[in-house]
Each structure stands twice: as C-alpha cells, then as structure tokens.
Design a protein around this ligand. Sequence first.
Ligand code: BGP
Length: 468
Amino acid sequence: GGATAANQFEGSWDKDGRGTALVDVIPHGENRQAVMDGTFDYRKLPKESYFPGRKAVNGFENYKEDIVLLKELGCKCYRFSISWSRIFPTGEESQPNENGLNHYENVIDELNKYGIEPIITICHFDIPLALIEKYGSWKSREVIDCYLRYCEALFHRFGKKVRYWITFNEINMLMHLPFMGAGIRLEEDENPMEVKYQAAHHELVASALAVKMAHEICPGSQVGCMLAAGDVYPYSCDPKDVWASVEKNRENYFFTDIQVRGNYPSYAEKLFERENIRLKMKENDLEILKENTVDFVSLSYYNSRCVRADGKGEAAGGNVFASAKNPHLTNSQWGWPIDPLGLRITLNTLYDRYQKPLFIVENGLGAKDTPDENGFVDDDYRIEYLSSHVKAMMDAVEKDGVDLIGYTAWGWIDLVSATTGEMSKRYGMVYVDLDDFGKGTGKRIPKKSFYWYKNVIESNGDCLRDDA
Ligand code: BGP
C-alpha cells in the first residue's frame, strides 16, 4: 500500500470549517527547527513567514483523482490521517463538524469502492491550535477527553467501514520534536524531561482508552500504536558502546513497552527517580494502561542509528534522532543512512520483544527529482532503495518468521517533508508539480518507480527474487 498524512498532504487549511491546526504555524525556512522542537514561539514568527502545510499538495480537493492513481498503482491499502481540526475545529465543540466527517466518509467510500483497505491514523503530528493555546496541548490532562471525543466521533461514523486504526503517529517523536510531535512548547522554567514524560503519559492513557473505545464501538477493529523505529547500533563491540545502545533503544521502546505490555518498564521507573521526574497520574491510569494494550505494532523505518559511548566522531543525519555516523553505510541526499538490513534487524527486535503483528506504515527515500520535458522522472535511486527494503522485509517474514501484516510506502505521492517543509525532498512514486513555495500546476505524473511498484504488488514481490 501507500501512506500519506493530512498535515503534509491535504492543504485546504481553511476549507469547510476546518480549525487552525498545529501544522499551519510551522514555517518553512530558518525558524522551522526551533518551532518544531518547541523552543521558539510560533506567535513571534515574522509576518512574511511561509507555512507549506497550509497548501501542501491539495490532497483535500484532489482525493478522487488521487485514489484513482492509487488504484492504478495496485495498492491494496491506504494509510492516511484525519485532520483533527476538520472534525473539531477548536477541539471542544459539543458536536463534530459535519463537513469534516462528510469529507472523510467520501474518501473512505471511494477507497472501499476500489477494494482499497483504509488504515486510519487518528493523530499524525496534529492538534487543533486552540487546544495548544488553551491547555498547552498534551501537557494537560484535559486534552485526553478532547481526543476521546474526537475518537468517538470517528468510531461511530466510520466504525463499520474501517478496520485498522492507529492512535498516534510516531508517538516517540514527542521526545525529540515536542512541538511538531505533540504541540508542546517548553517554557524556560520547566524541566523539559518532566514536561515531555508527563505529556507522554497523557498520550499513552489517551491511546489506551481509544483502544478500549474502538473495541466497544467497532467490534473486530484492530488498533495499533506507531513508533518511529530504527534500531540503535553500538558503534563498536566495546561494551560501553553496547550499553549506550541499550539505553538509546530504550528511549524509543519505552513507548511501545507500555502500549504493548501494559506497564511502565522498570528502567523507566529508575530513570524517573534519577532525573527527579514526578508524573502526575490518576488512580486508575495504570489499570487503564494494563487492560487496553494494542492489537498490532506499526512503525516507520527510514534508517538505523548508531551510538558511541564517548560521544566523539561525526554525527549522522536520519529521521530526527541524533546519531553517530555509521562508516559502513551510505547516505541519502539529506544525510539519512541507507540500511535495508537494518529494517530486517528492527523487525526482528520488535517481534522478539512483543510477539505482536507488525505493520510497516512508512518507508521510503526522500530525494531530489528532475523531471524530463514531459514531466517524467526516471528515479532508479528510489527503486533501488525501495526494492532493497522490500527484500529485507520479505526475508524477515520468510526466513525469520516475523508476523508482518502490511507495508505502506511513505509518500506514495509527493508531499511536504515533515522535518524540512520542502517539496523538493520527494518520496513519491507520483510526481506533484509544485515547488518549495507551493508554485506550480499541482499536476500528478507517475514516475518510473510507479510502474516498478505496480509490478511488485502484482507479483506479490516475486519480481524481486533473484531467480525472477
Ligand atoms: C516521519 C513522519 C512523516 C514523514 C517521514 C519522512 O517521521 O511520520 O510524517 O514526513 O517521517 O520525513 P521527512 O518528511 O522529514 O523527510
């Protein structure tokens, strides 16, 4: 299948009663990073700032044509997210916005018409701005109820047509880009670790209650968590490096450990003691976490990571998290390591740890494309990346016995990059004629990788086998 998210795909930020959302205040350019990591107040941005998410690639209005392309590509499922502020513009209305529900109903009906299974992310780097301003977003417990009201509206309306739900995209991103991940701005007098873990606790309780609610309202539904995955390797076999990798991996697995196993891991309790982090919890929170674990574990995988205990050496790029440069790997144009075997390793780690079905809901290569005079992109580099990763996934299933329920390529169609805000960092198998400032025709043109992926799906991966 293929994946997108409302915040980077839809645009139409002020259509049909949608309220202002987190993504609408994340600018392009030099202030982007500081706004995303919660250290720069978006209200102080210069007036002329450009906000790429407001237009994105206009997936909101173009959904019918885009779904036809998805069908032509042969996709069996489509992972997309719902924009929370299209349903509850300020997050606190007593009734959901009918226009918003209606839009997603049309999308789901269109998908079902073509036999494409919808996989819905309830919250993908998204929250109504009003909840950020009033409550400080997930810092406050009040937001749990707002989220659950939003979930209830979705489950009631779409529960009969949608089987797979994901509660939060890359829940661990909150620790690295708190504003983009969860709408959290850090004030000077706050203990950042405490604020982030408190917000995480609220999201984890909200996620568990959403699992419970989905199971009650839509029997048979499958609800998953979602992790920005990619194992952290030790830089060397020095036990100190190995230990550093254990600790780094725990920073991420903290989230899934709770969502899958239902309790705070012992290492986290010790960390909280050491760092003087005191979480405010309600009496039955731990019971809620215990009783409402997820049905599957979904993940994004772009690259593996690496750590050196001495903190020396060159740093590497990658999906947000700081990492040491791995000398055995080559990198993408944005400096993200390319490591297909790392996908097999990560899938095995997750499956060994949890024994739950896994779902790769993001994987892809961000690269610069140069269309020819007809707009066609010959993207062998993307084919190479995807094919090596699909092969690694096949190995995990066929040679290791990992229970994998799906794979959706990230940005099957070009969209705005989450971290850089650029259009020119393209992931798609369909080119969208728009530049970094939203200029262009918006025309969709299948790339070479489109025809390649169609063949992969049609042959269920057999065309990638060595003897094919
Ligand atoms: C993940 C996000 C996506 C997506 C992807 C690629 O972290 O869930 O929203 O954007 O990374 O990252 P980027 O767009 O920054 O290249």
